[in-house]
Design a protein around this ligand. Structure first.
Ligand SMILES: NC(=O)c1ccc[n+]([C@@H]2O[C@H](COP(=O)([O-])OP(=O)(O)OC[C@H]3O[C@@H](n4cnc5c(N)ncnc54)[C@H](OP(=O)(O)O)[C@@H]3O)[C@@H](O)[C@H]2O)c1
Length: 244
């Protein structure tokens, strides 16, 4: 049989940052299961290569896009390559790449503050700036910003992380207003603790058995994408039911 017979008429076109591990990987695979073209961006090339092949195996088509979201030139080049892969449009862009650390304010180095803001807030700014022309080419464009429960609520030791994630919410809220007339939807997702490598190097007593799974966040994202265009999908919580 002609393999073209299996090709969906129109595949969804997506860019996911931080796609090499954790929540970003789960989102890439979820979109792959829906048959999407998924541009998988991060710095660790062996990880995004592996995820891109897993997207293929899931039924979509993946491409590994090396990108450091803190570096505008790297983002510009990566988004350019991603748009070549998708044919010039993005239906879904996910600002997911992020870092996390815990320090009391007076024990936190300026380098930690700058790094956290660079990845978690400047990163989404860079990716959104460069991706807008791709989103504008879609009939059903949706930007997702992965904030955190720490983007709604303060936690001790999270000065930089909370500032970055509250800031990301502010960016989302402004873009939602500015882009409403263009039909581009903007959602902020606030996951609770999720079992990923983000905790590997963070001292603390993390009980991963009570945490969400990365796929829980991917399921919320996909449900929001499918929601009717006039549905309110602005702020999406993914709480920890096991912590109730
Ligand atoms: N896990 C949780 O409990 C939790 C809860 C709430 C919100 N979140 C948020 O969810 C997002 C994903 O977290 P996760 O838990 O899945 O983390 P993770 O397992 O540590 O994965 C982080 C991903 O981000 C990428 N990344 C980090 N710095 C980057 C940079 N400068 N440029 C490009 N990519 C970069 C990493 O790849 P490279 O290092 O190879 O670049 C990796 O693919 C983050 O924004 C995080 O704040 C997580």
């Amino acid at each position: 049989m002609n393999s073209a017979a299996h090709e969906p008429a129109q595949r969804l076109r997506a860019l996911v940052t931080g796609a090499g591990r954790g929540i970003g990987r789960a989102i890439a695979l979820r979109l792959g299961e829906e048959g999407a073209l998924v541009a998988c961006a991060a710095r660790s090339e062996h990880e995004i290569e592996r995820v891109a092949r897993a997207v293929d195996d899931a039924g979509g088509r993946g491409a590994a896009i090396p990108m450091d979201v803190t570096d505008l030139a790297s983002v510009e080049e990566g988004v350019h390559r991603a748009l070549e892969f998708t044919g010039g449009a993005f239906d879904i862009v996910v600002n997911n790449a992020g870092v996390f650390s815990v320090h009391a304010f007076d024990a936190m180095s300026p380098a930690t503050w700058y790094r956290t803001l660079a990845v978690n807030l400047n990163g989404p700014y860079h990716v959104t700036l460069m991706s807008l022309r791709g989103l504008e080419q879609s009939e059903r464009a949706h930007l997702f910003n992965i904030s955190s429960i720490a983007g709604r609520q303060a936690f001790e030791g999270n000065a930089a992380y909370c500032a970055s994630k509250f800031g990301l919410r502010g960016l989302s809220d402004v873009l939602r207003l500015e882009w409403a007339a263009r039909g581009i939807r903007v959602s902020t997702i606030y996951p609770g603790g999720t079992d990923t490598t983000i905790f590997d190097d963070v001292p603390g007593d993390w009980d991963r058995s009570t945490m969400n799974q990365p796929a829980d966040v991917a399921d919320v994202l996909w449900a929001a994408y499918l929601a009717p265009h006039d549905a309110n999908v602005a702020d999406l919580d993914v709480p920890n039911p096991r912590l109730a």
